[in-house]
Design a protein around this ligand. Sequence first.
Ligand code: SAH
Ligand code: SF4
Ligand code: F3S
Length: 490
Amino acid sequence: MATRIVSQEEREKQNYYMQCVRDFNSGRAVRPAACIKTFGCQMNEHDSEKLAGMLERMGYELVPDETAGKYEGRFCDLILFNTCCIRENAEEKVFGHIGALKGAKREKPELLTAVCGCMTEQPHVVEEIKRKYQNVDIIFGTHNLHRLPEFLYGALIDGRRVCELSHTEGEVAEGLPVKRASAWKAWVTIMYGCNNFCTYCIVPYVRGRERSRRRSNILQEIEELAAGGVREITLLGQNVNSYGRDLEEPEQRESFAALLSAVCERTAGSSLRRIRFMTSHPKDLSEELIEVMAKYPSVCNQLHLPVQSGSTEILRRMNRRYTREQYISLVEKIRDRIPGITLSTDLITGFPGETEEDFRETLELVRMLRFDMAYTFIYSPRVGTPAAADPDQVAEELVKDRFSRLLELQNAISREKNEACTGKTFEVLCEGVSRTNPARLTGRTEGNKIVNFTADGICAADAEGKFAKVYIDAAQTWSLEGRALEWEEL
Ligand code: SAH
Ligand code: SF4
Ligand code: F3S
């Protein structure tokens, strides 16, 4: 079915609730504070920016921690958990946080707790929250995030416990207020959902089918960001390479490569200098996209291309729809066309049926392709996915052993690759003060490598969002170290 946009009527309804909550809040003695706790991927990070935008319009002050700022030692008025369920430990973490707040209502009876995001799209999780966590007042999902004003109205003004999960396919909501976490770096969602049904993955169940935003809406948003001084954007989708396939108007139905080149053309000469995108499914990465990446300097020389396993048999069982050989030749083609490109990947160990032989094929592929970076995961069975029902689950001690062997190998490669950067100078977009050492600044190269660096006499507030040429004098496994040689105008 073609993707629909949330109707004008529905938007007006939400605006009405927004106004009601705002009026209610402006009648309070102190401006209420809200805290959003975000778990999971960039999609969720960006969804939280929209939730924050709506909350701010409803009169809330956004605080970074539930007991932060003027609320030191006291709870804020609203805590919203935007959750992830990609692996079991992600879910456990969220339950731990919600459970820790059980006593908070005794301390502050008017405190509202809301839970949304991927976890709440699973019926068994919603049942558990309802049963065990009486402190949760509002539950909603990923498809109806734009209805937050209505849900908040229900809990705050009507005093109801709200549980609203739209099980229908989501519509695309345009024009929501967004409170972006950064003034110079922005996420832009180009599509929602996933159609791929990799057999281990919960995402298609909790995020629904692929829904692309219209090209005109995406371009308008990006032009506004560029005009507002943003330096770097990341186009987001679970599989950006299938962008546009679901759009109804033929003139809108274009490939991701065509969208990307339109983004580059429209923002050429603006403050926007870096364009990234994620994630790319190897089965859909086209030659056309490689050409666009090679052609436009603003598309970063960096690609995240999850392989998951080096064994064709495991890839088949994962429903990835490419073979080991196809993946290898794709990487060769990309490296050939875009020399020096930084490549990262995702790897799962212990997928059901994985033998020592399969695992060795993964090690061998990693050794051969030498990714700059790899995110390695232990397979986690997810309720309702085909792989979870596979009787061939791998014994825990085997998986742990394989995981540490893989990690050791990849860490050594990451370090070697980083060491090869020493003695060179890279353009780094400064992100502010380094978390590990406040005397240094931090930023990223075009290849997305983290650089911690010194910059004599430069104040972090002035440097944030600015490009510096940084000389690299040391390498770590996950980052580079260096010193700034020169800055663009500060
Ligand atoms: N859409 C993206 C990212 C999906 S989630 C893609 O297709 O690559 C990010 C990563 O989490 C996946 O690439 C996969 O490596 C990992 N992952 C997903 N489900 C998992 C599971 N059940 N157990 C372990 N890792 C998982
Ligand atoms: Fe999950 Fe596969 Fe979709 Fe990625 S492409 S979100 S791993 S089902
Ligand atoms: Fe992202 Fe986690 Fe949902 S990885 S799409 S927030 S399950």
